[in-house]
Design a protein around this ligand. Structure first.
Ligand code: ZN
Length: 151
């Protein structure tokens, strides 16, 4: 059963799942990372165009469940124009929210994932693109899997 807020969140997730934003490869990417969640079968590749410390552009390709696609879609929108330090801070907020349901600070549209903690099987789907993001920021052509991670 869902209350009105959760209903709205679900609609946003469905919308981003059916029409993912920034869903394309990026020739001018300076960083990429692969993310794989074997429990669900989610596979995605994240592309970042960094100019110094600032993410000028972000995109992704891949296949997976609705939650993983919507998460990557909202992520790529959320990180454009942000610095690496800002992105790390957003990651910490989103990670806390997805794991516990607690919203800390202003997470904007990413709040749609606040209910995911109640579905443990979906947590890794929601966090996958965020781990790929951090891997991409740390180095080129990184690969992450949710199974190397306790969360
Ligand atoms: Zn999934």
């Amino acid at each position: 059963m869902f209350d009105d807020i959760n209903d709205l969140y679900q609609q946003v997730i469905l919308d981003h799942c059916k029409k993912p934003r920034n869903f394309h490869e990026m020739a001018q990417a300076t960083r990429t990372a692969q993310g794989h969640n074997p429990l669900c079968g989610d596979n995605l590749k994240l592309f970042l165009a960094l100019d110094g410390d600032v993410i000028q552009d972000a995109s992704f390709v891949g296949s997976g469940c609705c939650i993983s696609k919507a998460s990557a879609s909202l992520l790529t929108d959320a990180v454009k124009g942000k610095t690496k330090a800002e992105v790390q801070a957003i990651f910490d907020q989103v990670h806390e929210m997805i794991m516990t349901g607690k919203i800390v600070g202003d997470v904007g549209k990413l709040a749609v994932f606040a209910g995911v903690y109640r579905y443990p099987a979906r947590v890794k789907c929601a966090i996958l693109s965020w781990h790929a993001l951090i891997a991409a920021i740390k180095g080129e052509d990184q690969s992450v899997t949710t199974e190397s991670e306790k969360n």
